[in-house]
Ligand binder design. Structure first.
Ligand SMILES: Cc1cc2nc3c(=O)[nH]c(=O)nc-3n(C[C@H](O)[C@H](O)[C@H](O)COP(=O)(O)OP(=O)(O)OC[C@H]3O[C@@H](n4cnc5c(N)ncnc54)[C@H](O)[C@@H]3O)c2cc1C
Ligand code: FES
Length: 266
């Protein structure tokens, strides 16, 4: 009886695996988007993928790549971007994306682009894409989890874009220790560039990442917290509230302030 039960369990598992594989296949769409001869060297074309969404097909040095169509920063259409060596450069504010994998290589913007599989057979250019990525048109780089046994402490002073990018790059590059972001303002990092472009912006709309993002990736954001001194011998940051934070590595990203002209008026 025990033997029969174990057999039936095995059969069920195989069925489940088949179902899961089929479901995974349903997540993708694949089709011929154009002929190989339709796209010239250094050309960028937006093409429809079976009605599920658009892809940006680019030929450089003879090789074809397909990535997302819109910049992950504020959605500029990338078919009008500049084509650099192995990258596209957004024409609005200069974000750069790698052609081979869609990774963001230069800011502004935090997220990467989806990258789709391209094959050429008998002059047919075939693209395979995850349906969800065609919809979102952006992709967050993979990040490692915090290891509670890793006591290395990386402290960042300044919650502007530089500090914000530093904390997530640490997790993307495999840092599993403790991360603390010391931010003088009482906000999570936000896109200050928008302050004088969209005067009616709500803080919730221009925040670079939501609070949940920092919680999920174990990044301790100390808002309304000002660093007043750094003791590099003791490896310690002193805070305005009288407490201090020890560090193993420190990144100072306190930006700068505009110098007011010494003339009357506002
Ligand atoms: C209104 C406005 C519009 C702009 N428009 C554009 C634009 O269109 N294009 C463009 O390229 N750039 C623009 N900029 C400039 C751009 O915002 C900056 O280049 C960018 O913010 C610099 O980022 P950062 O992280 O280095 O410094 P900052 O953004 O200055 O961030 C530094 C952070 O550190 C905090 N801090 C400072 N001292 C301490 C301390 N002792 N303890 C704790 N925290 C501290 C500050 O409160 C601040 O939040 C604009 C800036 C402003 C203000
Ligand atoms: S929209 Fe592309 S860099 Fe801003």
């Amino acid at each position: 009886m025990g033997c029969c039960m174990s057999k039936s369990v095995k059969i069920q598992s195989a069925q489940q695996i088949t179902k899961r594989t089929m479901a995974a296949e349903d997540d993708f769409v694949e089709d011929v988007v154009c002929q190989d001869s339709d796209i010239k060297e250094k050309e960028m074309k937006i093409l429809d993928l079976k009605g599920e969404g658009d892809i940006l097909l680019i030929r450089q040095n003879g090789k074809l790549n397909a990535i997302g169509t819109k910049c992950s920063h504020y959605g500029a259409p990338l078919e009008n971007s500049a084509l650099g060596d192995g990258r596209v450069v957004c024409q609005w504010h200069g974000a750069c994306f790698n052609l081979a994998n869609g990774d963001i290589e230069d800011f502004p913007g935090l997220d990467s682009l989806p990258c789709y599989q391209v094959t050429v057979e008998n002059n047919n250019v075939k693209v395979r894409a995850r349906k969800s990525e065609l919809k979102t048109n952006k992709r967050m780089k993979a990040m490692v989890k915090r290891d509670p046994n890793n006591n290395q402490h990386f402290v960042i002073i300044g919650g502007g874009p530089s500090g914000a990018i530093c904390v997530e790059t640490l997790r993307q590059e495999g840092f599993r220790g403790k991360i603390t972001l010391i931010a003088k303002e009482n906000y999570y990092p936000y896109d200050r560039v928008m302050i004088n472009k969209a005067m009616d912006s709500e803080m919730s709309n221009i925040q670079l990442r939501k609070a949940e993002f920092y919680n999920e990736h174990d990044i301790d954001v100390k808002k309304n917290c000002e660093a007043v001194a750094v003791d590099t011998e003791e490896k310690k940051v002193e805070l305005r509230n009288g407490s201090s934070v020890n560090y193993d590595a420190l990144y100072i990203a306190t930006g700068c302030e505009a110098r007011r002209a010494p003339i009357p008026g506002k």
